[in-house]
Each structure stands twice: as C-alpha cells, then as structure tokens.
Design a protein around this ligand. Structure first.
Ligand SMILES: Cc1cc2nc3c(=O)[nH]c(=O)nc-3n(C[C@H](O)[C@H](O)[C@H](O)COP(=O)(O)OP(=O)(O)OC[C@H]3O[C@@H](n4cnc5c(N)ncnc54)[C@H](O)[C@@H]3O)c2cc1C
Length: 468
C-alpha cells in the first residue's frame, strides 16, 4: 500500500465508521464481458451524501483515485479499477426510494436498484419506463452516469429524459444540487445534463428526481417474421406514421439470436413456423383514454401480411404469451455471453440507413473472414444496433481474437461513414477511449477535456474512463 493510501485510510477512519472500509472483494466488481479485471483492493461504502463529500475531500488531498461503482453491469469497464491503489466507492448503502402521490415523482438515492424503483412506481399505479435486461442489479446512479437507454427509448427517451433533478458530489467534495421538481429552469448552466452520461468522471451522483407515467392500459405485443431489412424499415415507417406515440418498443432480432438461445440451453416458446432471417418484436399501447385501436392495429398487420412485407405475425393475447415473447428478446444478451463473442458493438446510425448499413457491414465482415457469425439485434426504433461477432466454430476463435481490432475497425469506420455513433447507449468507459478520440469531433473533445481539467484538476475521479 502506498503511503498516500495509508494516510488516506487513516484519516478516513476518523470520518466514517471502520466497517464501511473493507477489502474490495466484499462487493461484486465484474465485467459482464469478462475482458477486464478489477485491481482495486479497497472499497468504501458511504451511507449518505455528506460522507461522500468527506471521502472525496480526503481523496483530493491525498490524490487517491476513486472509482464509483453501482451494480457493475456496465459493458465498457468504467466501474472496473485498473490499478491496486484505486479505491472503489460503492453506492449500495444509498438506496432510499420515495414516491410522492401529489406530483407523481420519485425521489431516489443513487444506489437504488432499478427494478425496485420500477416496483414502487407500479405499486403506486405509475410507470417508471427505463427497461434494461440488467434491471435486477443495475442502480439508478449507474443508469444516470451512463445515460442508459434500453427498450422503451422510442416512447419515453433515455434516462436523461426521465430525470428532473440531480444531486452529486464533485471531486473536491463540493455538493451540487439541482434537486428541483421543475420542467422549466434556466438558472444558469444545465449541470444536471452535464453530469448525466459523464460516467463517474466529473462527480458522484447521489440523488435524483424521476418522472413517472401512466401505466399503458392494454399494451399489445406483436411478433413478426420478416424476410429482409428493407421490409423491416417499411413496417417501421408504416406503423410509425399510423400509431406514432403509441409505439412502446420496436426491437429487431436476427434468427441467429434465437438459434443461440436454443443452442445454449434456455427454454423458450418460439412461435414461428417459417424460417426467415429477421424477427421484429413490437409493443403498442392499444388504449389511450376511451379510444381502443385494437382492431385497426390487427388489420394493419394483416394488410402487411397480404402485401408480403411480413411472413408471419403473432399477437400476444394474454400476459403469459406477452412474457414468452419478451423472454426471447431478453435472453439474447445472456445467450450471447454463453456463446462468447469476439467483439460486441453498441452502435447507432440514422434509422432510414439501417438496411443499407447492415448489408454493407455484413459484406465487409464476411469479406474479411468467412469464419465469423454475426448476431445483430437492437432497438431499431431509435437506430441503436448491437452488432456482435462470434466464431462460426470454436477452432476459429483464436485466429479471430487475433484479428479483433481489425474487425472492430471495419465496424467503426463504417459507422463513422454513416454519421453514426460508436457508442449509442453503453458509454465509453475504459474500453472505447481510442475509438472516441479517433471518431469524435476535435472541438467537442477539446471542450470535454477543458471541463474535466477544471472540475477534477488532480484527475482523482475515475481516471482511465473516457479520458486517457
Ligand atoms: C444483460 C445486460 C443488459 C444490458 N442492457 C442495456 C440496455 O438495454 N441499455 C443500456 O443502456 N445499457 C444496458 N446494459 C448496460 C448497463 O446495465 C448500464 O450501463 C447500466 O446503466 C449500468 O448501471 P450500473 O449501476 O450497473 O453501473 P456500473 O456498471 O456500476 O457503472 C457504470 C459506470 O457508471 C459509473 N457510476 C456508477 N454509479 C455511479 C454514481 N452513483 N455516480 C457516478 N458514477 C457512477 C461507474 O464508475 C461506471 O463508469 C446492459 C448490461 C447487461 C449486463
């Protein structure tokens, strides 16, 4: 242990109780992609904002790198300490959740687990719509730090759009609060939106005010099989024109994804009889107020069937069937993990370009190697694709791993050509810094560095994430 670190711990013990300072193996710091390993040996577990302020003041004085950690479900390694003298700061003890009936707002501490927040909203007859397959473990602070997206962005936006107020602690220990339940607030800079998506590099998020929404009365899930991506886009554009705000989700699934689920031993009820390359899972809110569009929606899909734009269509008529449909979508990341990808990409391109983009990219990848199997899926309704590469056989894995960087480069270069983003919803973390500096606007990078240098001149907060 360095002398600075032992001094830090000595003074820390005067500020917080000794049992809040422990060895890092008392929490699960894992990389869901199994590529990075946590090197931090010490973990602190503050109980409130004031304690975080004291910890950061001391860390700033003794120049101790602090790595904030939520549920450790982040996919780009921002929560994984890269050195043994880095101290992990777990938010797990800040987990209070309150719902206020008069305003329909949630006041939540940052360590609250997303699924618990959603449950409390539902128990009060409201919806908190952020939906991620990791919702049983991820924390709202981690969601805000990464500006998480998920399944329902098409209707409700990213978590940024769901957040009305925020409290955070800066690296110097200063507490910053925008905890006002206001839609309109132009009192100076919008610091809430600067902190959201900053991945723990500018401040530690401690509390937030979240919006809730009416629970969709009668959402219908519709599962389609479609021959090609041009038809997927056609269907998306048609139903967007006709049902716009009622669309809650529009998810693209490649047949490979369903094969993976079955091959890795999960049990699903696959409704499809015919083999097509693509499936689409849609959710539409049928009832708004007294208007019920059930029949019109069904007829729209039967028309698409007659036009040959879709090959099969299934409507979930009860909650069990709906759960079976969504289970298929939600199992894709778990099956991918079991298969073990060569590289996983969270990208976005303009929606109207998706068919052309995927076809071009598939061709380039297959030109590079016939040993690659592509599993592409995603939230097509907001242009976000998860484009993951796997070896066709285990024998090909070693060779493809050697060419991982080249494969990544083919993908990122094409994303850039299409004015897309190399990180649509997972962030930059430690894994995508090179790509950020290669593809992001130099002026934006310049301003980001200026802000980081002013807010955190000693670079104690999450060093090695976003910035070199
Ligand atoms: C199966 C699976 C499915 C997923 N699906 C989606 C998806 O659909 N959409 C999506 O956007 N993401 C998805 N993710 C990624 C991940 O769940 C999100 O990034 C999530 O928001 C991370 O939250 P967390 O609490 O686990 O944060 P962590 O992983 O602990 O941390 C993530 C980053 O935030 C920082 N951080 C954490 N808490 C704080 C805080 N209180 N203050 C400041 N910084 C903090 C960390 O330092 C790190 O840089 C998925 C992950 C998995 C494993």
């Amino acid at each position: 242990m360095t002398s600075n670190l032992s001094q830090f711990i000595k003074f820390l013990k005067e500020e917080i109780s000794e049992n809040q300072i422990s060895s890092a193996n008392t929490i699960d710091v894992i990389d869901p992609r199994d590529r990075l390993e946590n090197k931090s040996e010490i973990c602190v577990k503050p109980k409130n904002t004031q304690e975080i302020s004291k910890i950061l003041k001391l860390a700033n004085k003794f120049i101790i790198p602090i790595i904030p950690i939520g549920g450790s479900t982040g996919l780009v390694g921002g929560q994984i300490a890269s050195q043994s003298n880095h101290v992990t700061l777990s938010l797990e003890k800040l987990d209070t959740i309150n719902f206020f009936k008069d305003s329909n707002l949630l006041y939540v501490q940052s360590g609250a687990i997303l699924s618990n927040i959603k449950k409390l909203a539902i128990n009060n007859g409201r919806l908190f719509p952020l939906s991620l397959a990791s919702e049983g473990s991820c924390q709202i602070g981690g969601n805000l730090a990464t500006n998480a997206g998920g399944l329902n962005v098409i209707k409700y936006g990213n978590v940024r759009d769901l957040c009305l107020g925020l409290e955070a602690v800066l690296p110097c220990g200063q507490i910053v609060s925008t905890m006002k339940p206001l839609k309109k607030n132009n009192m100076g800079f919008d610091l809430k939106n600067l902190l959201i998506g900053s991945e723990g590099t500018l401040g530690i998020i401690t509390s937030t005010i979240l919006k809730t929404f009416p629970i969709p009365k009668d959402p219908v899930s519709i599962f389609l099989s479609i021959n090609n991506l041009a038809d997927v886009l056609f269907v998306f554009e048609k139903i967007s024109r006709e049902f716009s705000e009622r669309i809650l989700a529009f998810e693209l699934i490649k047949m490979t994804g369903i094969d993976f689920i079955e091959e890795t031993g999960f049990t699903i009820k696959n409704p499809f009889n015919k083999k097509t390359n693509w499936k689409v899972l849609i959710e539409i809110d049928v009832n708004i107020g007294p208007i019920n569009l059930g029949e019109i929606i069904e007829n729209t899909f039967y028309d698409l069937l007659l036009e040959n734009k879709i090959i099969e269509v299934f409507f979930a008529t009860n909650i069990n069937q709906r759960n079976e449909f969504w289970k298929i979508r939600e199992l894709i990341p778990a099956a991918n993990r079991k298969k073990g990808s060569i590289c996983s990409n969270d990208i976005s391109v303009p929606i109207e370009k998706i068919p052309e983009f995927i076809n071009k990219l598939d061709n380039s990848i297959y030109l590079f190697s016939k040993d690659v199997l592509i599993n592409c899926f995603g939230h097509i309704g907001d242009g976000n694709l998860h484009y993951n590469l796997f070896p066709r056989s285990e024998n090909a894995r070693i060779e493809l791993e050697k060419n991982r960087k080249k494969l990544l480069n083919i993908i990122n270069e094409l994303v850039n050509k299409y004015s897309g983003s190399i990180s649509a919803e997972h962030g930059i973390g430690r894994s995508k810094i090179k790509e950020l500096y290669k593809f992001e606007d130099p002026g934006k990078l310049y301003m980001m560095k200026l802000i980081k240098n002013v807010v955190d001149p000693k670079n104690i907060l999450n060093p090695g994430t976003i910035f070199y």
